[in-house]
Design a protein around this ligand. Structure first.
Ligand SMILES: [Zn+2]
Length: 695
């Protein structure tokens, strides 16, 4: 090969670049026959090269030798921008690829010349049956008669032909319909059998409409058909998109703590179409490209986010909130946490917490999905290690406050929402109960260990000897047991229950205690009068679930929960807060105090929005409730605010399902529409008042 090189270079006049495996370190290697030969060749032809480091990976996996080089001519050295070794993670060769960047001038194509050509030719198929051929012919004949071309010699024939040709092209351009080229229709994002059918129906309807004169009268049968099929197609597309959303949501709900796959899938989804081209994460110029590195980069990115942001598009208020929360988490951790080396997994989990916060409100995730993500990814971090150092006093309060605030934010509840409502709606237990379960679980593990083991013996001694004032972990356990009516904890140390029995035992004790406590508490709040006694731990309240994962339904939930938890502020509330210095009269109609029932049922200004939906609610409600036995009277306000009130103590799951599937949606719609209308009217009023004040 080296012998052939001189002949190659002498034959061409172009710039020459030679690259490849030289089987020799031609720059720093020890002298050898081959090296001498190559160096001579380079000298003869005025070639240079550049070091790029070790390029050949030995079969033992270590970078071993530098044997790959790129040679270039000295006279073109200004054109060589860079030669470098690439670190491509997907590289399977035993050589590293080497990248040469060369300066290259590409002549710009002369576009004006091109457009001149296109005026001379006409490369389009003409649909002659659609053209007014009479007008076309008359235009050509007038043009021809105006040219007065006389044919006398050979040149005249050529020029005459070209003139004739131009006339024909000109006439064709006038009458042929304009090309639609370049106007691309947006591509459908989804496709299935139904959509395909809907498309073909739409096409048929369009053809029929066109063939019957393209009449744009809205009573025309064909136009109606055309509209109907278009509507059907859109509907099918929406259905398919919704179905995909539901599946996606299901996957999120089923995701596990250790599930890094879901994490990377979400990242890919976020990248969308570009994910084919993006396989690395760029954080402030630093590139991360393997999976583990990306987690690192992700971490650094979020650390940076919590510190500062120069991005003007960023939601700073939200960022501030996130920052505060991160601080609370880290404060809690620092106070109450045995510091261990945080592994990548831990970091990943922590980031998930912050990330879920950033999802809130923007991504259209419904409360159920968000809560599941919190349970899987945030709670384990929040309570990590706290079963050993049991938080008490101030740090427990901080933790509790943070937990409640997080839930309120995620459920779009206002900050003054009564605490029991958070747990009733989310089906979650207070963080304290969460910790108690962890602590008792740890005790269960100790009780099942060998009676000769250190921890078992410590447990026995401390439970017997320490006084109730002691700070011992085991005395704390005793106090916790007292709370949950677990008597004689020593008994379980001597005769431990099996893992699953112990778990169901403590779950049962803890859950029944908190169910009663929260329900009792809820009765003390007048704002929760319509929420009424439905608290199932682990089950999200049907008031905030959605069956469709439909955005339109999801955005209606916040105003709905504000009404249900009594935190929607009416004029009458404002009056009582301000000791009646504010007028409680409804600002919309000025007729009576604005209360919940006035807003929902009687305010005249909202009647337009209300009428149809209230009728549906009355019809649907009476039909649904009639199916189960009812002794009590049905209150319309209660039915709208929380229809599930009437399903308490009815061991009939079907009615809950029916209400959730049908009635609840209408109630949500009604409340949201009333809220929007009220807001709209009040804003208009305020604007008028401002104007009047100014003038
Ligand atoms: Zn009113």
């Amino acid at each position: 090969m080296i012998i052939q090189l001189p002949t190659l270079t002498s034959r061409y006049t172009h710039q020459i670049i030679i690259g490849g495996d030289f089987n020799e370190d031609i720059i720093n290697g020890a002298s050898s026959q081959r090296k001498k030969c190559i160096n001579d060749f380079m000298q003869d032809h005025e070639l240079s090269s550049k070091e790029t480091g070790l390029t050949f990976i030995h079969s033992n996996g270590k970078d071993a030798t530098a044997i790959d080089f790129i040679l270039y001519q000295n006279k073109y050295s200004e054109n060589i921008i860079d030669i470098k070794k690439l670190n491509v993670t997907s590289n399977v060769s035993d050589h590293y690829p080497i990248l040469l960047s060369v300066l290259h001038h590409q002549k710009k194509l002369n576009t004006s010349e091109k457009s001149q050509i296109s005026t001379k030719t006409f490369n389009k198929r003409i649909k002659w049956d659609k053209i007014d051929t009479g007008k076309y012919a008359s235009l050509i004949s007038t043009e021809i008669s105006s040219t007065r071309c006389k044919i006398q010699n050979r040149e005249d024939i050529v020029s005459g032909f070209s003139t004739l040709n131009n006339i024909i092209i000109k006439a064709t351009k006038v009458f042929a319909p304009k090309s639609n080229k370049g106007k691309k229709k947006p591509k459908l994002q989804v496709m299935n059998e139904e959509i395909r059918k809907a498309i073909s129906n739409k096409k048929v309807a369009f053809y029929n409409w066109k063939n019957n004169g393209s009449i744009n009268d809205q009573h025309n049968y064909y136009l109606k058909q055309k509209k109907l099929t278009t509507y059907e197609l859109r509907k099918q597309c929406r259905l398919e998109i919704a179905l995909r959303r539901i599946n996606e949501r299901q996957k999120l709900i089923e995701s596990k703590v250790s599930d890094t796959k879901t994490f990377f899938r979400m990242i890919r989804n976020q990248r969308g179409k570009m994910s084919k081209h993006i396989d690395e994460l760029n954080v402030d110029g630093q590139i991360y490209n393997s999976d583990n590195q990306i987690i690192n980069g992700w971490h650094i990115h979020f650390e940076e986010l919590a510190k500062k942001s120069v991005n003007t598009k960023f939601d700073h208020k939200h960022l501030e909130n996130v920052e505060k929360e991160v601080k609370v988490i880290s404060d809690i951790c620092q106070e109450r946490y045995i510091h261990m080396q945080v592994t990548n997994k831990e970091k990943l989990k922590k980031d998930f917490g912050i990330w879920i916060l950033s999802l809130h409100g923007t991504n259209g995730l419904d409360p159920e999905t968000i809560l599941t993500l919190v349970k899987t990814y945030v709670l384990p971090i929040l309570t990590y290690g706290l079963e050993i150092l049991i938080p008490k006093g101030k740090s427990l309060t901080t933790l509790n406050l943070y937990h409640k605030k997080l839930l309120k934010q995620l459920l779009s509840l206002s900050t003054n929402t009564a605490d029991p409502a958070i747990y009733i709606l989310s089906g979650m237990i207070p963080i304290e109960a969460e910790l108690h379960i962890k602590i008792l679980t740890l005790f269960g593990t100790i009780s099942r260990s060998e009676k000769t083991s250190n921890e078992w013996r410590i447990a026995e001694r401390q439970l017997k000897l320490k006084s109730f004032n002691s700070n011992s972990w085991f005395i704390d356990i005793k106090k916790i047991c007292l709370l949950y009516n677990i008597e004689n904890i020593e008994k379980y140390l001597d005769n431990p229950l099996t893992k699953s029995k112990w778990k169901s035992f403590i779950d049962n004790k803890v859950q029944s205690y908190w169910t009663n406590k929260i329900l009792d508490d809820s009765k003390m709040y007048s704002t929760l009068q319509y929420m009424n006694c439905q608290y199932t731990i682990g089950k999200i309240h049907p008031l905030i679930t959605t069956k469709t994962a439909n955005n339109r339904d999801i955005v209606r939930i916040p105003s709905r929960t504000k009404i249900a938890t009594g935190t929607y502020i009416f004029q009458s509330n404002r009056a009582s807060f301000n000791k009646n210095k504010v007028n409680p009269t409804c600002k919309l109609c000025n007729k009576s105090p604005e209360t919940l029932s006035h807003f929902l049922l009687t305010c005249e200004s909202l009647e337009m929005v209300r009428k149809r939906l209230v009728d549906i609610i009355i019809d649907m409600g009476s039909e649904l409730l009639a199916k189960s036995y009812f002794a009590e009277e049905v209150d319309l306000v209660q039915l709208i605010v929380n229809p599930f009130y009437y399903t308490v103590n009815k061991c009939n799951n079907e009615i809950v399902q029916n209400i959730a599937g049908q009635l609840e949606r209408v109630c949500r719609q009604l409340i949201n529409n009333l809220h929007m209308k009220r807001y709209d009217l009040l804003t208009k009023q305020q604007k008028c008042e401002k104007k009047n004040n100014l003038s």
